[in-house]
Design a protein around this ligand. Structure first.
Ligand code: CO8
Length: 261
């Protein structure tokens, strides 16, 4: 599929998806959300991809939110459908078998902060800014900001951001646990995202995938059921070549060569 609002690149086992509407600070309209849904559907079926980087085009923004011009005149029914479209696309990212690293290179506001929150790991440049300014527009978040943000930073901090619409800088986002690491420049950020993606791609891919699944599933279960799920996948992985190779390589004091089998 040819994309108009996103760029897609593949470098070995690393894929990069770039939201590409820099003139509108990469704001998300319905077409962009449909393309995101499509590219992540395709990535889920692509076993040659081990990790994905998600970023925004241009120097100013990761994603400055859902597209306000697009939303302005929606009816209630259309707005609900738009929220569901975004939620479905972001769920594909959260549930992608492979890890997704958000490289947040500027504004991550509203739908942009929600998009980053759906990724596995968030890296940011010092110039990144975060916020849920929906209340300034007279609406609540619609792409799961009321759900994922409290799970990431805790209910109190999430509610402060959600009720005030305040923007926070990368240092504060790091302090509250919204981002994992902050880098001085956009170039350093992109390099670090690639380095982390490559590091993950060098591990046993079945192990990485079941670990993602166990964390995601576990967050929705009580801890006893989460642990039971973990024990199941731990057992299953002992039927793979990667487990034999990983443990043999350790004992033979050599680097493991995983095949994802
Ligand atoms: N939607 C549409 N266009 C946008 C958006 C956006 N979210 N953000 C920026 N743009 C456009 C501007 O209109 C401007 O266009 P133009 O050049 O044609 O005038 C261009 O991008 C550049 O923006 P600015 O001139 O405003 O740049 P500044 O550097 O002065 O300001 C800001 C940057 C602070 C990021 C500012 O643009 C801003 O406040 N943007 C809006 C941020 C926002 O409110 N985001 C939340 C949107 S709501 C949302 O995401 C809800 C998600 C759930 C939806 C559920 C569906 C029902």
């Amino acid at each position: 599929m040819a994309f108009e609002n996103i760029l897609f690149e593949k470098d070995g086992s690393i894929a990069t998806v770039t939201i590409n509407r820099p003139k509108a600070l990469n704001a998300l309209n319905a077409d962009t959300l449909k393309e995101l849904d499509q590219v992540f559907t395709e990535l889920a079926a692509d076993d040659t991809v081990s990790a994905v980087i998600l970023t925004g085009a241009g120097e100013k923004a990761f994603v400055a939110g859902a597209d306000i011009s697009f939303m302005k005149d929606l009816t209630a029914v259309e707005a609900r459908a738009f929220a569901q479209l975004g939620q479905a696309a972001f769920n594909k990212i959260e549930n992608l078998p492979q890890p997704v690293i958000a490289a947040i290179n500027g504004f991550a506001l509203g739908g942009g902060c929600e998009l980053a929150s759906a990724c596995d790991i968030r890296l940011a440049s010092e110039s990144a800014k975060f916020g849920q300014p929906e209340v300034n527009l007279g609406v609540p978040p619609g792409f799961a900001g009321t759900q994922r943000l409290p799970r990431l930073v805790g209910k109190g901090r999430a509610k402060e951001l959600l009720y005030t619409g305040d923007m926070i800088d990368a240092a504060e986002a790091y302090r509250i646990g919204l981002v994992n690491k902050v880098f001085a420049t956009a170039e350093e950020l992109q390099e670090a995202a690639k380095k982390m993606a490559k590091k993950i791609a060098g591990k046993g891919q079945i192990a990485v995938r079941v670990t993602k699944s166990a964390v995601n599933q576990g967050m929705e279960m009580d801890s006893a059921r989460g642990m039971a799920y973990e024990a199941e996948v731990f057992g299953l992985v002992f039927s793979t070549e990667d487990q034999k190779e990983g443990m043999a390589a350790f004992l033979e004091k050599r680097k493991a060569e995983f095949k994802g089998k």
